[in-house]
Design a protein around this ligand. Structure first.
Ligand code: FAE
Length: 509
């Protein structure tokens, strides 16, 4: 007999979690959405804003930190970029490992609250190379278009890119790459471009044009609470548990249920409770780091028996390297810069020399004569998570040697651009240790529970029926472009197939 109301937990409310909540509730299931961060819909605005700009951070900016820790840590070698802040449940967090800092979003909406909104469908040949078990025909005919539609993705309009002062930085980045013989591309985004145009005319409150990106965005960005999560909540079938962290998962093989230990906090970070709840089905969508940490611990402690050997394997930073070029005093990128990137420059051919670099804003409020880039590269190296019994924590064995192929391809690409634009070179004053190529942090963590290796071909964990993975951890380390469209499309495909196969129905005797 089928139980009509299986108890389903979704851990994490980023892209994977939002898709799971959306599709399951559309199919008539009720779900519990468990999110360790805040529900910003319930937090009142302060001085008219929920979120802060990068130049005026507060306790809303970073997850319980005393000081901000931005990727660009210094300017002219001076520690003047980061600021002391009060501790609070801010939207941006950093997962720190020995040689890698991973930036993540915290709050209902996950990474969609803090990201640049760049919504890129990957090159088909590269997608097939990275995820060979997935039917690419189906993805490119059905799930990528559906993901773009549900996320509200739009191409940036020509008038803003070609004429407005807010995209001078982008035009310079494109012109310099073109001179070096490289291609450039516009980059679709979930930002409401019509709203941005009104921002530029000062007709509406500003957000992207007021330095709001990595610490949240008050207006134009269509983050998940405005799209997929809004649809899921509208069904009335989502029980949202914000400020609730899943700390352990236990599988009861005898009756096929799972116990989750849940810690709740308040906005001051004080622990307000610890409960154990039992579920029939658990969908892990805590992000590549969150999901890998939970399952690496569960495997080491044997709270879930028979987790596959592939648990915690094949993690990568999507080849992320940040770099900045000094352009010389004659070249200006503008005191006014939109916080939303809109162009990429590229030589992508699928080889290890491939680079796709977004031309990133540097909204310092002054002329910097600088082009900033976040490069995505094709690095063959992958790392693994392991459990450290002494520290009772998860380690990641990524190190700077593993980043070398990414640094080499990025250096070759931008050396060519510098040579084609005499008088330009690298900036050494912005990143840790005076490095021109920041290889020690990532915005795009991917991997840890690889599709068709640690899970079956639709995200159900091998040997553990009823346990699913639905986030960036399914993708082995890289995807060649900014990842959230792929994470969304893959989750749409997986949940659809799992629903068809009745994998969320519980059978009782
Ligand atoms: P994610 O969105 O990280 O959601 C995981 C959620 O789970 C979070 O809300 C966590 O708080 C929550 N969570 C974690 N552990 C637990 C636990 N134990 N208990 C309860 N809740 C938990 O995962 N990607 C693009 O495609 N375009 C961009 O322009 C872009 N820009 C970025 C800029 C920044 C600053 C950052 C940090 C990321 C950027 N990304 C971008 C990456 C993108 O946001 C990321 O790939 C997705 O958010 C990952 O989606 P997931 O569903 O895997």
């Amino acid at each position: 007999m089928n139980t009509p109301n299986p108890r389903i937990a979704i851990i994490g409310s980023g892209y994977g979690g939002a898709v799971a909540a959306y599709q399951l509730t559309q199919a008539g299931y009720s779900v519990e959405l468990i999110e360790m961060g805040a529900d910003w819909e319930k937090i009142p605005a302060k001085n008219g804003k929920k979120f802060t700009s990068m130049v005026s951070p507060s306790e809303r900016s970073m997850w319980f930190k005393d000081r901000t820790d931005m990727p660009l840590g210094s300017l002219m070698y001076l520690d003047i970029v980061n600021k002391n802040i009060d501790r609070g449940p801010g939207v941006l967090d950093i997962e720190k490992f020995e040689h890698m800092k991973v930036y993540v979003g915290r709050g209902v909406g996950g990474g969609s609250l803090v990201n640049g909104g760049m919504a890129v469908t990957p090159d088909r040949a590269f997608f097939e190379h990275v995820l060979p078990s997935v039917d690419a025909d189906e993805m490119y005919a059905t799930y990528f278009p559906l993901a773009n539609q549900l996320l509200s993705v739009e191409e940036p309009p020509k008038d803003l890119l070609q004429n407005s002062k807010w995209y001078g930085f982008s035009r310079v980045g494109v012109a310099h790459a073109t001179k070096a013989g490289f291609s450039s591309t516009t980059v679709p985004n979930v930002y409401d471009w019509d709203y941005m145009r009104e921002e530029s005319f000062n007709n509406v409150p500003r957000s992207a044009l007021d330095g709001q990106v990595i610490f949240g965005n008050d207006h134009g960005k269509k983050s998940l609470p405005k799209t997929l999560l809004a649809h899921a909540f509208a069904t009335g079938r989502v029980k949202l548990r914000e400020f609730t962290e899943v700390v352990t998962i236990q599988h009861h093989k005898d009756n096929s249920t799972f116990s989750l230990t849940l810690n709740t906090i308040n906005a001051s970070g004080e622990t307000t409770g610890r409960t154990v709840e039992v579920y029939d089905k658990v969908i892990l969508a805590a992000g590549s780091i969150g999901t890998s940490k939970l399952l690496t611990a569960a495997k080491a402690r044997n709270t879930i028996e028979d987790l596959p050997e592939e648990t915690g394997k094949k993690w990568g930073p999507n080849g992320n390297i940040m770099t900045a070029r000094w352009l010389g005093l004659d070249t200006t990128t503008g005191c006014f810069q939109s916080g939303i990137p809109a162009n990429g420059v590229t030589n992508w051919d699928g080889s290890e020399q491939s680079v796709f670099a977004e031309v990133a804003p540097f909204p310092a409020g002054i002329e910097t004569h600088t082009s900033l880039y976040l490069a995505i590269t094709n690095n063959p190296n992958l790392a693994d998570f392991t459990w450290n019994e002494e520290k009772q924590a998860t380690d990641l064995n990524w190190d700077s040697k593993m980043a070398e192929p990414s640094v080499t391809s990025t250096r070759n690409f931008f050396d060519t651009i510098n040579r084609a634009n005499p008088g330009t070179g690298y900036r050494y004053d912005l990143f840790e240790g005076g490095a021109p190529f920041a290889d020690y942090f990532s915005y795009h963590p991917l991997g840890g529970m690889i599709l068709n290796e640690a899970t079956d071909n639709y995200g159900e964990v091998k040997n553990v029926p009823g346990l699913f993975v639905m986030d960036g951890s399914l993708i082995p380390g890289k995807i060649g472009v900014n990842p959230f469209v792929t994470i969304t499309a893959l989750a749409l495909r997986n949940i659809n197939a799992l629903l068809t196969a009745n994998r969320f129905t519980t059978t009782t005797k």
